[in-house]
Design a protein around this ligand. Structure first.
Ligand code: BES
Ligand code: ZN
Length: 626
């Protein structure tokens, strides 16, 4: 039976419809056979064991099935399946046959469960195993607070490493959960949460809005809650809760802005949890409960656009969801556009244009790195056979953003906002793929405006590589002033005449970005002395500064860089610093030294990327040989 689903999938993929016509969407990263049976409700009962670094318990799956379905296909990776029972009503159960396919290194094993004609529920007893990609168990001694912490990261296809489920963004289900944790710790999920500690360590959750598996999330640790507004709040370690509440004070206002732009917030509450520093991402849009890195607690609210981004996903992504990871730009490109609109309303156009200019630099850099003609520089990508996390690059985000900005600039804001409003309400709690979106765009925005797709180079934007020449231009006077200052500095003038005291962290980011790679270590040292870059609290600035310090061989920054690499686990910061270190042999040596110490503290998702960046197994062999 192994991989029958792969065959079936290939057959399906071969019969794609015409562009614009409804297309049967097949997800190349899931074993699920939608037309047979899908999960519509999940009931989890799990115990969290920090000693064994394991979750164990049951998952009861309620099905939506066709009359003649004979099997249910689930995704799983590294799960130890102890028993599988079927039931017509969720109460009386009977054993059934089940099998696991051989493990595919990316997709894991598909769990095939035989169904009877009256089966409505499948009960699975299981355990997770060490190495589960979604899970990070942080022992007390590695967590700044001293207490153990567990966090999950299900996007893109890691939910299957902690729950046997149809792990496809195109399949949605509601859920309830009972989570048992060691006494003294609190559990919270992407669901309705209690905000107080339960002495018995037992927590119950319900999630009434249907979500795809990648939005299943759990965090366990010592957490305190503070309200931000009526329907917003923050959970964090007691030592950072006040800082977090200060940093996120604008969240309620962001929600009002977001609702004013694109319609009611459909998820009830919006809370944020600040995680330990090893969380591999900046933010994750788990519904009702954004997961956030503590590296955004800069102390001056300068990095809150990340919260605007995760909040925006409550519409783009969580409400209207990319059908497969090939359509990831529909999640992220829309969200970046929405994020900048929120930030524009909150802080002004000058501010959001700085964000847009940074976007452009990131996009240009990504295209240069991937190669202008690379198929991976297309919005609609083909990630079949690859880990969908590979698609998490600037193309989906920034090229996606600029495409939407082009649409806005072409039809004008009122028409574009009306279009997006209708899009979010029409497709709420549904999925969307690139072809469906293009068809909807043509009929609901371009045709009514008498625009021809060619007028905006639609095909080139969506299916072409590189950056189309009608890319909109971001205009930032504040960044123009930084360019002027840098040119003066390169020409040998000092910077006293410039109002550097007024520069925001975004301006400093631009400044560092524009510093020539040929700057001398002495020049870098002088800048560091005057502006204290190595001691900044803004992690975006620190990261860019450390990369530039490595490029320019300014070793004065290395002690601070080492502290940073040993205390922060956010992949976006780690990858560029280690990559830059790997360019020279001395750098490599330092990278290995630091990585050896830091690796046990990083999340498995970051470890996978960095092992590759550092060519780690062979580096280990090398040091063992010596
Ligand atoms: N959904 C993403 C994070 C993600 C994407 C995780 C793909 C795994 C696979 C989240 O919304 C995101 O984009 N986070 C960014 C921050 C954002 C402000 C661009 C991050 O973590 O850096
Ligand atoms: Zn995002």
């Amino acid at each position: 039976m192994a991989f029958t689903w792969v065959l079936a999938m290939m057959v399906w993929m071969g019969c794609e419809g015409e562009i614009g016509a409804p297309v049967e969407v097949i997800d190349p990263h899931s074993a699920a056979m939608k037309e047979e049976a899908t999960v519509k409700h999940l009931e989890l009962d799990l115990a969290v064991d920090f000693e064994q670094e394991q979750l164990a318990g049951t998952a009861i799956l309620e099905l939506d099935r066709s009359e003649d379905a004979t099997q249910l296909l689930l995704d799983s990776k590294g799960l130890e399946i102890e028993s599988v029972m079927i039931s017509p009503n969720g109460r009386t159960t009977s054993p059934t046959e089940f099998s696991l396919t051989d493990e595919d290194p990316i997709l894991g094993s598909s769990l095939q469960v035989a169904l009877e004609s009256n089966t409505r529920f499948v009960h699975i007893q299981y355990k997770t195993t060490p190495g589960a990609k979604a899970l990070q168990f942080i022992p007390g001694n590695l967590n700044p607070s001293g207490k153990p912490f567990l966090l999950t990261q299900s996007q893109a296809i890691h939910a299957r490493t902690w729950v046997p489920i149809q792990d496809s963004p195109g399949i949605r289900f509601t859920y309830e959960a009972k989570i048992t944790v060691p006494q003294g710790l609190m559990a919270i999920m992407s669901a309705e949460n209690d905000t107080v500690l339960h002495e018995d360590g037992v927590y119950q959750f319900t999630m009434d809005q249907p979500i795809p598996a990648y939005l299943l999330a759990l965090a366990v640790g010592e957490l305190e809650f503070q309200a931000l507004g009526n329907r917003t709040g923050v959970f964090a370690d007691p030592s950072v809760i006040d800082d977090a509440a200060y940093e996120f004070a604008e969240v309620e206002q962001m929600m009002e802005i977001a609702e004013g732009l694109y319609g009611a917030y459909r998820w009830g509450r919006y809370d944020i949890v600040v995680l330990p520093p090893s969380f591999p991402f900046g933010g994750m849009e788990n519904p009702r409960l954004t997961f956030a890195t503590p590296t955004i607690l800069a102390g001056d609210r300068s990095l809150v656009s990340l919260i605007a981004h995760e909040l925006a996903h409550s519409w783009s992504g969580n409400l209207v969801t990319n059908a497969t990871w090939n359509d990831f730009w529909l999640n992220e490109g829309f969200t970046v556009y929405f994020e900048y609109r929120i930030m524009e309303a909150l802080k002004g156009r000058d501010y959001s244009e700085m964000l847009a200019s940074i976007s452009l630099s990131d996009l240009q850099k990504e295209v240069a790195e991937l190669g202008v003609g690379s198929p991976d520089t297309r919005l609609a990508v083909d990630l079949t056979g690859r880990d969908p996390d590979d698609g998490m690059n600037a193309i989906a985000y920034e090229k996606g953003y600029y495409f939407l900005r082009l649409l806005e600039e072409t039809v004008g804001r009122p028409a574009f906002d009306a279009f997006l409003n209708e899009y979010f309400s029409t497709f709420a709690f549904q999925t969307m793929n690139t072809e469906q979106f293009v068809a909807y765009l043509e009929t609901h925005l371009l045709d009514p405006q008498d625009l021809d797709p060619e007028d905006i180079k639609l095909e080139e934007w969506v299916h072409g590589a590189g950056i189309p020449d009608n890319l909109p231009k971001a205009k930032s006077k504040r960044f123009d002033a930084i360019e002027e200052a840098i040119s003066a500095w390169i020409a040998g003038q000092d910077l006293y005449q410039y109002p550097t005291a007024e520069w925001t962290s975004h301006e400093w980011l631009r400044f560092i970005y524009l510093l020539p790679d040929a700057a001398k270590p002495e020049q870098m040292a002088e800048l560091d002395r005057i502006f204290g870059f190595s001691d900044r609290t803004n992690c975006e600035v620190l990261c860019k500064w450390f990369v530039k310090s490595v490029t320019t061989h300014y070793e004065g920054a290395y002690p601070a860089m080492e502290r940073f690499l040993l205390s922060v686990g956010r992949r976006k910061f780690l990858t560029p610093i280690y990559t830059e270190l790997m360019q020279t042999s001395e750098g490599k040596e330092l990278a290995y030294q630091i990585y050896e110490k830091a690796r046990p503290t990083y999340h498995p998702i970051a470890v996978e990327t960095l092992d590759e960046t550092l060519d780690w197994p062979s580096a280990v062999q090398l040091s063992e040989a010596n």
